[in-house]
Design a protein around this ligand. Structure first.
Ligand code: GDP
Ligand code: MG
Length: 324
């Protein structure tokens, strides 16, 4: 069994040596443990420092692609390198590397395809109250969509099985953390959570530059998740809402029509027809969304089989580790 620990990096030359030095060399249950650093178009010496500090593999993305894309490129590289389990961690040594065996255990036992490391959020002093609140809201949303309790959905400390990694398709460019959990649920990948520890803060977060932009981005992520994974039911509900309002307006019109003069309230009829048209439109969109989701399942199944086939042929064993 082979474990690869991957670290997506953007300009991390300063903290990478410490982070790499704390990674475990042996993890029980694995014959091999290797490290992969993904250098996301850094302008500093991240790639060189990574090699000098003991990273077995360095994947250099020539152009800056963002964390989600770097994470996905890392998963693919780990698969090519023959990983049975992949652990993702941060370059700023936020997560206690000694907890990696705990993170990998549920996968080794066959109890999960993805394991999320849960930080003791309430007890972390350097997280502001707003960051804590947003963490809780985001986790509640993701937990609701995934149908299970996930206390720290934005955690980047996680383990993924080989099979689950082959099935992952992350679309949002801002955060893969929340999206991958929702996706796991839709693909019947079992998700487990384990408590993990954090180290003292080394530097400010690069991902959360300001609270307003973090809120705006999180709202966008949530909207996209609803649209990508739940469009059918979102539009069906919207359609039912439009129809119901139309019926109420219609009932009101009929009441006045029979109990009063028998004329007037034409505006109600106009509103009713608008509401019915919108209702019909929404229901139609929900039907199309349903058809598209069936289509997507088929495509994803083909993609999974293709990946599996390519990897089984030993694809890319002698691949250059640079790509653009
Ligand atoms: N590939 C890539 N990694 C990034 C980017 N921004 C942050 N990271 C990495 O994501 C991890 C977490 O970033 P950090 O700034 O510590 O955010 P925090 O999780 O809010 O503390 C670190 O390993 C960073 O190097 C980016 O634009 N691209
Ligand atoms: Mg950090």
């Amino acid at each position: 069994m082979k474990l690869i620990i991957q670290i997506p990096c953007f300009n991390e030359e300063e903290h990478l040596p410490l982070t790499l030095s704390e990674l475990p060399r042996d993890v029980s249950g694995f014959d091999e443990v290797e490290y992969l650093v993904i250098d996301d178009g850094s302008s500093d010496a991240t790639a060189r420092v990574a090699r000098e500090s003991g990273a077995h593999h360095v994947l250099v993305l020539r152009a800056h692609a963002g964390l989600a894309a770097a994470f996905t490129a890392g998963l693919e590289e780990c698969l090519r390198l023959g990983a049975d389990v992949i652990v993702n961690t941060d370059a700023d040594n936020q997560y206690v590397a000694a907890d990696i065996p705990r993170l990998a255990a549920p996968i080794l036992e066959g109890a999960a395809g993805m394991v999320i490391g849960i930080r003791p959020i309430a007890a972390i002093d350097h997280f502001s109250p707003v960051k804590k609140l947003l963490n809780r809201l985001g986790s509640a949303f993701v937990g609701g969509m995934a149908g299970m309790d996930i206390p720290d959905a934005p955690s980047g400390f996680r383990a993924i099985s080989r099979d689950a990694a082959m099935r992952m398709n992350v679309f949002s460019d801002y955060t893969y953390t929340m999206e991958s959990i929702i996706q796991a649920r839709f693909k019947n990948i079992k998700v487990a959570t384990v408590p993990i520890r954090v180290n003292p803060k080394l530097r400010e977060s690069r991902l959360i530059r300001s609270i307003p932009s973090y809120i705006a981005q999180s709202v966008m992520v949530i909207f996209r998740m609803l649209l990508i994974y739940n469009a059918r039911s979102v539009f069906m509900r919207l359609g039912v809402l439009f129809f119901l309002s139309g019926f109420l307006i219609g009932a009101r019109f009929l009441y006045f029509f029979f109990h009063e003069s028998g004329s007037g309230h034409i505006q109600s009829l106009v509103l009713l027809s608008v509401l019915f048209t919108l209702g019909l439109g929404s229901v139609l969109i929900s039907v199309i969304a349903d058809l598209l989701s069936v289509n997507r399942k088929l495509l994803e199944d083909i993609q999974y089989r293709l990946k599996k086939g390519e990897l089984a042929e030993g694809g890319g064993a002698s691949r250059d580790d640079r790509r653009g």
